[in-house]
Design a protein around this ligand. Structure first.
Ligand code: NDP
Length: 399
């Protein structure tokens, strides 16, 4: 009997729940638990009646005791954390206390500092190992599939990988002048931060949006993309031996960038609390409250995403170039699970990672990033569960 506890009931959680129900052979029972229980109940109402038995619960995932009580009561084998990055450590603590496996899609970030890195979660390695439980970190698309792609490239096509460019293109249009495709607070914190890339063993920092390139994305077309710091750079820099450079680029339209600049200039993206009518408010949290809920973008978004990685390296003494990517259509996702492609491309890999763990293919005590597991069963599952990938050995390169 496989039983999973899903924490969070937002855009990504909605896709995870749909996909677990499609994969009922593995997910016989799921519990959806979040801060706002009505959102969990709405998901249950939409999906009840299939083979997967769904229950719901209310939980404040910032509170370890509440989490431990819920886990002891429900007794899942695994917790799938699709709440926010702020809750990663409390949920890992609860998993340790109850000896329950753990999976998430984004690395820990303290709420009062816009800084994300793996050090906090990697510090749990020994404790998870001793407890005999597995933690899989960053199992969305990027991070997530980008790490699986890297392990697959290394296993099948390269003796050494020297350079990786991760390209995240959203060619979708939701018709709003400004909206974010996933949690606005997390998204704006990420894109307004300084950029950086990994080169010859050290980080090179850039100003936000300083490095711009144009790329002609298969099935999407030409887009401007900008270099950002991104969490998988940190783990791939360590786990892909011999790597000399890794960069991450994301596409942004001019309207998004102009609005973001304006919001920044007037102080609306700040995470420093300010006094407003006798109350302390965080400008970015207020901005989140007035922006469209990403979960509401599904019916309006048309177009495709293309996310993938370009590798340069050596096989049998010869230089090899390899591009592997997935193209995902926003409207197709909406028809299937009622969400746009950003939530879909995150939720599907989270379900697949969870099923890898529950079926024992990716189970080893400790704390791991996805590229540390065998990529082959995951790559096969991507084709089966809605994120088929394509490859090219003659891609356009990014200069
Ligand atoms: P949403 O904001 O749509 O959903 C977050 C959910 O978490 C909400 O249901 C929210 O509850 C719940 N939540 C927040 N705080 C708590 C708490 N203290 N206790 C319990 N529940 C809580 O976010 P998304 O679904 O867009 O994103 C989910 C995660 O996926 C994020 O960590 C994000 O960074 C990550 N992500 C990863 C990607 C990848 O490719 N790796 C890409 C996109 C996102 P409430 O409804 O009450 O607000």
């Amino acid at each position: 009997m496989s039983r999973a506890l899903i924490i969070g009931a937002g855009g990504v959680a909605g896709v995870v729940v749909h996909k677990c129900c499609q994969n009922s052979e593995v997910f016989e029972e799921i519990c959806i638990a979040s801060r706002t229980k009505s959102k969990c109940d709405a998901l249950k109402a939409a999906l009840d009646g299939g083979k997967t038995k769904i229950t719901t619960a209310k939980v404040d995932a910032n509170n370890v005791e509440e989490l431990v009580a819920l886990i002891n009561d429900y007794k899942p084998e695994l917790v799938i954390n699709v709440a926010l990055p702020y809750q990663d450590l409390t949920i890992m603590d609860a998993c340790l206390a109850t000896k329950t496996h753990y999976l998430d899609t984004a690395n820990y970030e303290p709420e009062d500092t816009a800084k994300f890195e793996y050090s906090w979660q990697w510090a749990y390695r020994e404790r998870f190992e001793k407890a005999g439980i597995t933690a899989i970190l960053g199992c969305g698309f990027d991070p997530g599939v980008t790490g699986v792609f890297s392990a697959y490239a290394m296993k099948h096509y390269f003796d050494e990988i020297h350079e990786i460019d991760i390209l995240d293109c959203n060619g979708g249009d939701h018709g709003y002048p400004f909206a974010t495709n996933f949690n606005p607070e997390i998204n704006i914190r990420e894109v307004s931060a300084k950029g950086s890339y990994w080169e010859n063993g050290k980080w090179i920092e850039t100003e936000p949006m300083e490095i711009k390139r144009e790329y002609n994305f298969p099935e999407v077309g030409k887009k401007d993309m900008y270099l950002l710091h991104h969490e998988e750079l940190e783990s791939l820099g360590l786990n892909i031996k011999g790597i000399k450079r890794i960069r991450f680029f994301m596409t942004f339209g001019q309207s998004y960038l102009t609005h973001l600049k304006c919001l920044e200039n007037v102080g609306m993206t700040s995470i420093e609390p300010i006094e407003f009518e006798g109350k302390k408010i965080v400008p970015l949290q207020f901005l989140k409250a007035v922006l469209p809920d990403p979960a509401s973008l599904g019916p309006r978004t048309v177009g495709k995403t293309n996310i993938g990685c370009i590798y340069k390296g050596i096989k049998d003494g010869k230089e090899v170039h390899y591009y592997v990517y997935n193209v995902c259509d926003h409207q197709e996702c909406y028809k299937e699970v009622g969400s746009q492609a950003i939530s879909y491309t995150t939720g599907v890999p989270a379900m697949i990672g969870a099923s890898m763990l529950l079926t024992g293919k990716w189970k080893k005590p400790g704390v791991y990033n996805v590229e540390e597991f065998d990529p082959d069963p995951f790559m096969e599952a991507l084709n089966k569960w809605g994120l088929p990938w394509k490859e090219s050995f003659t891609p356009d390169l990014v200069d």
